[in-house]
Design a protein around this ligand. Structure first.
Ligand SMILES: [Zn+2]
Length: 177
């Protein structure tokens, strides 16, 4: 009835349109889902895994005590330092000190723009021979990739380092679980 009402309604619509154009939250967006993360190639990195705190001490930095056990890094022969992303692939180093400070080959990928290394496969060098590293329950004949009680019999699992037969073709030990 009032002459004003139409113009009010229009301006409200215009305002809504502007709000939609400017600030729709991503969750409500009807745009295509985000593209899958770009595939980054896994590469072999030879070196030794050490506590990051030891390296930082040389740099004059000190980690908080509670952070010390959470950070390990691979130090390569050319003094590259690659902190390990703590997940399925690197867990064995956090749980078994026997794997630290000795020659290893970590296969994995670097988070772009950082030196953070995500490990997908671990091999050790025993007397110069490349070995697969795993934990084995002799009773159940189960192979796992971190130190824990056997999920089948509850018994201890033994660390094994088994020479890789063909130097040229590494077995795909990326499968976990
Ligand atoms: Zn078992």
């Amino acid at each position: 009835m009032k002459p004003k009402s139409k113009s009010l309604r229009l301006s409200r619509r215009a305002w809504l349109g502007a709000a939609l154009a400017l600030g729709l939250p991503p969750a409500l967006s009807t745009a295509a889902p985000p593209a899958p993360a770009k595939k980054i190639k896994n590469q072999d990195h030879d070196g030794q895994v050490v506590p990051l705190a030891d390296l930082l001490a040389k740099f004059g930095a000190r980690l908080d005590p509670e952070a010390v056990p959470q950070w390990l890094a691979l130090v390569t022969k050319d003094d590259g330092v690659y902190p390990l992303i703590r997940d399925d692939g690197s867990r064995m180093f956090f749980k078994d000190k026997r794997l630290l400070k000795r020659p290893m080959r970590l296969t994995g990928r670097l988070y772009p723009g950082t030196h953070l290394l995500q490990v997908v496969a671990v091999h050790s060098f025993v007397k110069g021979q490349l070995c697969e590293v795993y934990y084995w329950c002799d009773t159940c004949r189960i192979k796992r990739y971190d130190k824990k009680a056997c999920e089948c019999c509850g018994g201890p699992m033994a660390l094994r380092e088994e020479p890789v037969k063909k130097q040229g073709a590494l077995p795909t030990t990326g499968k976990r679980g």
